[in-house]
Write a protein that binds this ligand. Structure first.
Ligand code: FAD
Length: 376
């Protein structure tokens, strides 16, 4: 394939991933970002690269490819990525039933995970609350990254290593694939444009986004102060509530029982789409979340009640040396009811790419590699 002149709209993880894969193949890339620095979903998340959450098959394969790419990036760009793995904790019998069912078929479906008894869980993490702990599902494939640090360091690294330039504070309002025009009227010529605008469905190709079933999803998040004395959580921790959330567990016959029990016992959790997880960044802070509110439910204001429910649930399954909260924020991502990726080609040289499963940190590098393999 000849070397192309590529335009990328959006400097979130999806845009950066496509820029990196293109640049490695020798293409010239210009990335446009409307903000002075990336400030969308890609800097607001847990930093969990989470292959275990993807359904077995092609999505899981893409996630594992992303994992490899993150580790390559960490080595080359000196970006922190810890191969910490993950544990789903079970404190209730129906949670344990689902984890056992999943693990029983895991090898057959190509997923690497093991069941841990409570003592084995506590060997891997002193953060698990031992009270009523029945066990956990350990997966070695998850990584932890520091989203704001990684996403904001990548433009500098890409520009220094490859023929990639960034145009920040530049909103692209029009593209036909052979050129792109900014709100201020400046125009650039390209061979191909890749639109990676995240949850912006209005600026470019609004007619395309209007009819494809995409929604916006708002999540509330919390971060603690750095934990004292270098304390580390170990693997990422997910709760029994999380088992309701990720599609990988849909193959387990007991999942409806768990979902029904939570719906009966704590309808407020379903109301706000709450399941709880914890990750710890390289600065020692523990990132806690989250909730899910969609489209018309989304207000610019965050709900204290949601944060209280997240903390209530987390405190029942994990223990931290210091629960002092340093920051609260929310993020918004594009959500599709069933697909982890939305891909479209509205014009011959325009490619739209959006991660739509709340898993862009997990999927983007793999998606971009697969795209560029196919396009090369
Ligand atoms: C709170 C939260 C927690 C999450 N946790 C995880 C997690 O732990 N693991 C995981 O895998 N995923 C997680 N996700 C999902 C993941 O963060 C997203 O899927 C991913 O960041 C989406 O990346 P993006 O590049 O599509 O969007 P964004 O990061 O939103 O980037 C899109 C960028 O495009 C720019 N833009 C849009 N239109 C234009 C235009 N016309 N011109 C110029 N610039 C434009 C925007 O300014 C923005 O910077 C989480 C999401 C949230 C919100």
């Amino acid at each position: 394939m000849p070397h192309l002149n590529i335009g990328v709209v959006g400097a979130g993880i999806v845009g950066l991933a496509h820029a990196w894969s293109a640049a490695e193949r020798g293409h010239k890339v210009t990335v446009f970002e409307r903000s002075a620095m990336a400030s969308g979903a890609s800097i607001r998340n847990f930093g969990m690269v989470w292959p275990i959450g993807q359904p077995a098959g092609s999505a899981h394969h893409t996630a594992l490819l992303s994992r490899e790419r993150w580790l390559k990036l960490a080595g080359q760009a000196k970006i922190w990525a810890s191969p910490c793995g993950s544990i789903h904790l079970a404190h209730r019998p129906d949670e344990w039933d689902v984890l056992k069912e999943f693990q029983a078929v895991a090898a057959e479906i190509g997923v690497d995970c093991t069941l841990l008894d409570p003592a084995q869980v506590l060997e891997k993490t002193s953060a698990a609350n031992p009270a009523r702990l029945l066990g956990g599902l350990f997966s070695p494939t998850e990584l932890c990254v520091n989203p704001p640090a990684a996403i904001r360091a990548l433009p500098g690294w890409l520009s220094s290593m490859f023929d990639v330039r960034f145009e920040f504070q530049t909103t692209i309002t029009e593209t036909d694939g052979n050129s792109a025009q900014s709100a201020s009227g400046r125009r650039w010529n390209f061979d191909r444009v890749i639109v990676c605008g995240g949850a912006d469905f209005e600026t470019l190709f609004p007619e395309l986004f209007a009819n494809v079933g995409l929604k916006r999803c708002k999540l509330q998040m919390i971060k603690t102060v750095p934990q004292p004395n270098g304390w580390r959580i170990g693997p990422h921790l997910a709760s029994g509530l999380t088992i309701r959330h990720y599609r990988n567990f849909e193959i387990c016959p007991s999942l409806p029982v768990l979902k029904q029990r939570v719906a009966n016992e704590s309808p407020e959790l379903d109301q706000f789409g709450i399941h709880v997880m914890a990750s710890q960044n390289d600065e020692g802070c523990v990132i806690l979340g989250d909730s899910h509110e969609y489209d018309q439910q989304i207000e610019p204001f965050d709900k204290q009640l949601i944060d209280e429910l997240i903390l209530r649930e987390l405190r029942s399954i994990i223990q931290l040396p210091d629960w002092t909260i340093q920051e609260h924020w929310h993020g918004i991502y594009a959500k599709h009811p069933s697909e982890p990726i939305f891909a479209a080609q509205p014009l011959p040289n325009v490619f739209v790419r959006t991660c739509t499963g709340g898993s862009g940190m997990t999927m983007s590098f793999g998606l971009a590699e697969q795209d560029w393999e196919q396009w090369s």
